[in-house]
Design a protein around this ligand. Structure first.
Ligand code: TPP
Length: 342
């Protein structure tokens, strides 16, 4: 039986509000370095994490915050980790890309593809020591071109390990379109290694829940791994402050920042021949114009909004739930910003 959409929406909203709070801290300069969020992935994470049991493990990529929040890791510990405080989840040393919780059997890595071997290792130990327990690997489609992930898929297949491999496919690896670097069909790749593969709309939490439920049951009952290919959209693009996502959101405000230096370089007397310059300019214009058709402009791809729409039939309950989650998030934020212990 799937849980009611209310509880899945609560997980997704808590994650979204917490990540919006993280974004605000980052924009205020309180978190150093890059910041990759999981905004847009909430339906994939909630649909799966809501089904995990205590002895199940998670291997996460550079966008692990949402999964840890939904798994029940204290949001104050996560926030204090991102702020670099010594009483953060990993002593303030891991940052957002290397979040670990031994208690929750969860390990992240900023090394693209590393979720594969980590989850496979977790699953191997589960097969010996905790029959019925499973491991989940979350990774982007860019990671599917990493050798270690392919090797993990292969080993999980031949050793019949209880792993759910979850490919969160947003079609981009930083600035590279997936079709420019990825041959063939990803589900077919998994099938080629003997692993059943299922494609889902990663913006639809009920669809993700249904598909992953069957896969998780297969793994728990000793029938081996499954590959789940879930399409999603990253609303912040690769990381916070990413120029391309700013153009997608505010094309007219951001355009002059591109057009002015471009015009200057175009009019330079030295450099490439005119034909090459025109060709270059055409490419840039095409890239900018394509942002108008970008899926990130369409709120129908926002999993949180989509789930919310289905709950609008009970506006009073919805308002109560949203108020409660907002208050909890604000409380966690206030605690996280409290004095660093001396
Ligand atoms: C082994 C390795 N190579 C390159 C990088 C730099 N890098 C960080 S994120 C990223 C793109 C990953 O794309 P994808 O797996 O699709 O995940 P997404 O960021 O789209 O969620 C790259 C290349 C890295 N961290 N690790």
């Amino acid at each position: 039986m799937p849980p009611e959409l209310w509880s899945l929406y609560a997980l997704m909203l808590e994650s979204r509000l917490s990540e919006e709070a993280i974004a605000a801290l980052w924009h205020d300069g309180l978190i150093s370095g890059e910041m990759h969020l999981g905004t847009g992935e909430e339906a994939i994470i909630a649909g799966i994490v809501s089904q995990l049991r205590k002895s199940d493990a998670m291997a996460l990529d550079h966008r692990g915050t949402a999964a840890l929040l939904m798994r029940g890791v204290d949001p104050v510990l996560i926030l204090r980790e991102l702020l670099g405080y010594p009483d953060g989840l990993c002593g303030g040393m891991g940052g957002h890309m290397h979040l670990f919780s031994k208690e929750h059997l969860a390990a992240s890595s900023g090394i693209v593809g590393a979720a594969g071997p980590t989850a496979t290792g977790f699953a191997l130990s589960a097969q010996y020591s905790y029959p019925g327990a499973i491991a989940v690997a979350f990774f982007g489609e860019g990671a599917m071109n990493q050798g270690m992930l392919m090797e993990s898929l292969n080993l999980a297949s031949v050793w019949n390990l209880p792993v759910l491999f979850v490919c969160k496919d947003d079609g981009w690896a930083i600035t590279t379109r997936s079709e420019r670097v990825t041959g063939g069909d990803l589900s077919e790749r998994a099938r080629g290694l003997g692993i059943p593969a299922v494609k889902v709309d990663g913006c639809d939490v009920s669809e993700v829940w249904e598909a992953s439920h069957a896969a998780i049951e297969r793994a728990r009952s000793g029938q081996g791994p499954t590959f789940l290919h879930a399409r999603c959209v990253h609303f912040e693009a690769h990381f916070l402050g990413f120029q391309l996502s700013r153009i997608v959101r505010h094309p007219f405000r951001e355009m002059p920042r591109i057009a002015v230096p471009l015009t200057h370089s175009f009019l330079q007397p030295r450099g490439a021949a005119l034909g090459e310059r025109v060709a270059g300019l055409k490419k840039v214009l095409a890239a900018v114009l394509s942002t108008f058709r970008d899926p990130r402009r369409d709120s129908a791809n926002d999993p949180v909004r989509r789930a919310r729409k289905s709950l609008l039939s009970d506006p009073v309950r919805l308002q109560e739930l949203e108020d409660q989650i907002e208050q909890e998030t604000n409380r966690a934020l206030a605690s996280a910003l409290a004095e660093v212990p001396s």
